[in-house]
Write a protein that binds this ligand. Structure first.
Ligand code: ADP
Ligand code: NI
Length: 219
């Protein structure tokens, strides 16, 4: 299986390379490592399926492809070129198709493999790295850093989540701060604690500066 993993790594490096929206190869590599760590600590799951799905999870993403069909075609044809069974291909596809947050309208998960990969992807959207990724994604998509006149959305459809005007700070309230309650595995919940705290600390400081509050240090 090592040869196959290497082939997948090379394919993903070629495809995502230096993406500037937070979906570059380093993101994929972190998700792979986190997903494997979750599986090892919980002593569950098919490690090959988890590693392959984690590496391939952003290849067909609708944000990174002209259409969903083109993205899926890219993923399916690559999977067919690997020497793995069609059952393994289906397992990988299922994990990837259920990974997305979709404005809170996410799929129910059944297998441990799905849970490990989705938890890993979510952990990488939290903490210091998650903050950097949110602003990178927002900038590239023409979104403002913050605009307090825009309302924070509580319930939204998948289309509203993707297409309505929002800001990167809004994204913290609309997704990032909700992630810790939506994790499945105990290992991910443990890792997420510190990262969730960082999100909260960052927002507190951001809003303090935004509101022009200054510390009164006696020099
Ligand atoms: P989703 O599950 O929402 O499709 P991804 O997991 O592909 O999103 O998101 C990739 C990265 O981009 C994450 O770090 C995510 O928080 C960030 N991101 C997605 N949508 C936005 C947005 N509207 N504003 C800022 N960051 C975003
Ligand atoms: Ni991802």
């Amino acid at each position: 299986m090592e040869g196959i993993i290497h082939k997948i790594e090379e394919f993903v490096k070629d495809e995502l390379g230096e993406d500037v929206t937070g979906h570059d190869y380093y993101h994929v590599d972190r998700v792979r490592k986190l997903a494997l760590q979750i599986a090892k600590e919980e002593n569950k799951g098919d490690l090959f399926i988890i590693e392959a799905a984690a590496l391939l999870h952003d290849i067909a993403d609708e944000k990174l492809n002209p259409t969903i069909e083109i993205g899926n075609y890219k993923l399916y044809s690559f999977l067919q070129s690997l020497s793995i069974s069609s059952e393994q291909q289906q397992q990988i596809i299922k994990i990837i198709s259920n990974i997305s947050f979709q404005g809170g309208n996410e799929a129910e998960l059944t297998s441990f493999e799905e849970k490990a990969v989705r938890d890993a992807d979510r952990i990488d959207a939290m903490g210091a790295i998650g903050i950097a990724r949110a602003f990178a994604y927002g900038g590239k998509n023409g979104q403002m850093i913050y605009d307090p006149t825009i309302e924070i959305r509580v319930n939204m459809t998948k289309e509203q989540y993707r297409n309505e005007k929002s800001t990167s700070i809004h994204h913290f309230y609309e997704k990032l701060l909700l992630l810790n309650k939506r994790l499945h595995t105990e290992t991910a919940k443990r890792i997420a604690k510190e990262r969730h705290n960082w999100l909260e600390m960052y927002l507190t400081q951001f809003l303090k500066e935004w509101n022009g509050e200054v510390e009164n240090f006696n020099s």
